[in-house]
Design a binder for this molecule. Structure first.
Ligand SMILES: NC(=O)c1ccc[n+]([C@@H]2O[C@H](COP(=O)([O-])OP(=O)(O)OC[C@H]3O[C@@H](n4cnc5c(N)ncnc54)[C@H](O)[C@@H]3O)[C@@H](O)[C@H]2O)c1
Length: 464
């Protein structure tokens, strides 16, 4: 039985470490943030997520999980899973420092035959060109002495179905033997089958089949499966590229939303209409901006790698720019609606609903909230901010409190509690004159009864 070390107990590392412990592996969780560690040692998760809570409870009950900041506890581990952040810097360039630090931390403890897996999202070439030489230099081992693999995490925080225990994985390694060892390790944790990517192509790729009743179904790879890629670079590229596909598609629907705005169309109805076509990918929806540690970040890593290799991917660049401009687009929409009511943005109180980058998560990284807030403050608006999942300075305690003295609402995050609270308020009787719905989350049926000017992103105007 192997002893596992998970480096970094965040959104990715904490559920992963918990899974390993639940499956019977003695698991050390190395975490260098004292406040995170204190909470974990008290038996509490620092992440607000039902699935993570459940996994952590099981891990602690198993007696196999030890959160720690003590490097000595790495000394007898055989498997190292690196789950540290891979952010971008102010110039949007990849910031490799946390990854390099984590590799430097584990390398003195890596022995012959050990498995090292980078789970953090990286650009193609990172493991071979940065991680491998560092481990070799510090440990004194050769690349053939240990197994270096990449198995990118694909969780979708806040998703009650897809989580660390069932999301299909891909794995690639420096050697074929390393890929097989890593795949077997993940199969033991996840309990799913192992595929070779070459077999997936012919037999398992999503395709339409009919079930016994004749109903059309999409065939998918099995829950918790592990697919072996032919190279570690391909495994790195799967993650970087799948998130870039999403980013580019969101940029594209954001453009469709702008076209809809000038042509008086309703982009959400149109996308729902298009989604009835039973093949092709999607649907994707427009919004106030793209956030989180993946979609807003991974394309930058891919761009940087391609650029370094002499090719500037113009479409990805344009997609990034398009999505980064959505907060400003949303604010210009707000300004137009306030104009119609004879209100200047300067001095007007605006209820900003939502800080987190997406619905029902407590993660604010790269959230469009920040550019929206900064733009509104620059223009002299006064802000009343509410988010029960993630608090920033001066956050108020309820939607009611946020709108009390406000003339406008901007929705940044469609948390369920925000929508529920909004539905309970008599908006027409409040001082709200304008609503800009950055997530197109309010249905026309609700808004029609309110005496306000309402705009979504790319939605036909509603209101009196
Ligand atoms: N958050 C997601 O939804 C998600 C999904 C898939 C993949 N990823 C990728 O997974 C990686 C981790 O993301 P995350 O969201 O879990 O980040 P996170 O910030 O939530 O967690 C990382 C943790 O690592 C700790 N840490 C950093 N350096 C350390 C070190 N040297 N030693 C010990 N602890 C250290 C930090 O204190 C933090 O608690 C990133 O590459 C990200 O792109 C994230």
């Amino acid at each position: 039985m192997k002893k596992v070390a998970v480096i970094g107990l965040g959104y990715v590392g904490l559920p992963l470490a918990s899974l390993c412990a639940r499956q019977g592996y003695k698991t050390v969780g190395l975490e260098n943030n004292p406040s995170v560690l204190t909470q974990l040692l008290a038996g509490n998760s620092h992440i607000k997520d039902e699935v993570v809570d459940g996994l952590l409870k099981e891990a602690l009950t198993s007696g196999n999980f030890t959160p720690t900041d003590d490097l000595a506890s790495l000394s007898d581990c055989d498997v190292y899973l690196i789950c540290v952040p891979t952010p971008i810097d102010e110039k949007h360039d990849p910031d490799l420092e946390p990854l390099e630090n984590a590799v430097k931390t584990i390398s003195p403890f890596v022995n012959k035959g050990d498995l090292v897996v980078v789970e953090s999202t990286v650009f193609p070439g990172t493991c071979e060109e940065i991680v491998l030489p560092l481990i070799e230099e510090i440990s004194g081992l050769k690349s053939t002495d240990f197994y270096l693999a990449h198995c990118p995490e694909r969780i979708n925080p806040g998703d009650l179905f897809w989580n660390s225990s069932n999301i299909p994985r891909v794995v690639g390694a420096i050697s074929q033997q390393g890929a097989e060892i890593a795949a077997r390790f993940y199969a033991a944790i996840l309990g799913g089958p192992v595929y070779d990517v070459r077999d997936i192509k012919s037999s398992l790729s999503p395709k339409f089949t009919r079930n016994v009743e004749g109903e059309l179904k999409v065939a998918q790879v099995a829950l918790g499966s592990v697919t072996m890629m032919r190279s570690i670079r391909d495994a790195e590229a799967v993650k970087a590229m799948e998130n870039t596909v999403r980013d580019v598609n969101i940029a594209f629907v954001n453009e469709l939303a702008k076209i809809s705005d000038v042509l008086d169309l309703d982009v959400v109805d149109i996308i729902d209409g298009m989604a009835t076509k039973p093949f092709g990918k999607g649907p994707f929806y427009p919004g106030v901006g793209v956030g989180g540690h993946c979609i807003a970040v991974d394309p930058e890593w891919l761009k940087a790698a391609a650029n370094k290799a002499g090719y500037m991917p113009e479409l990805i660049n344009l997609a990034r720019t398009t999505n980064n401009q959505m907060p400003a687009y949303t604010i210009s929409m707000l300004q137009d609606l306030l104009n119609e009511c004879g209100l200047p943005l300067k001095g007007t109180e605006v209820a900003v609903l939502g800080v987190a980058y997406k619905r029902n998560v407590d993660d604010p990284r790269e959230s469009p909230f920040y550019p929206v807030r900064d733009l509104l403050l620059q223009k002299g608006a006064k802000l009343n901010i509410f988010d029960s999942w993630y608090k920033v300075e001066n956050t108020v305690n309820s939607v009611q409190e946020a709108i009390e003295n406000s003339s406008a609402i901007v929705i940044i995050t469609e948390h369920s509690d925000i929508i529920e609270q909004l539905k309970l308020i008599d908006i027409s009787a409040s001082g709200i004159k304008v609503i800009v719905d950055g997530r197109n989350c309010l249905s026309e049926d609700i808004v029609r009864d309110w005496d306000v000017l309402y705009r979504g992103i790319g939605r036909r105007a509603t209101g009196n």
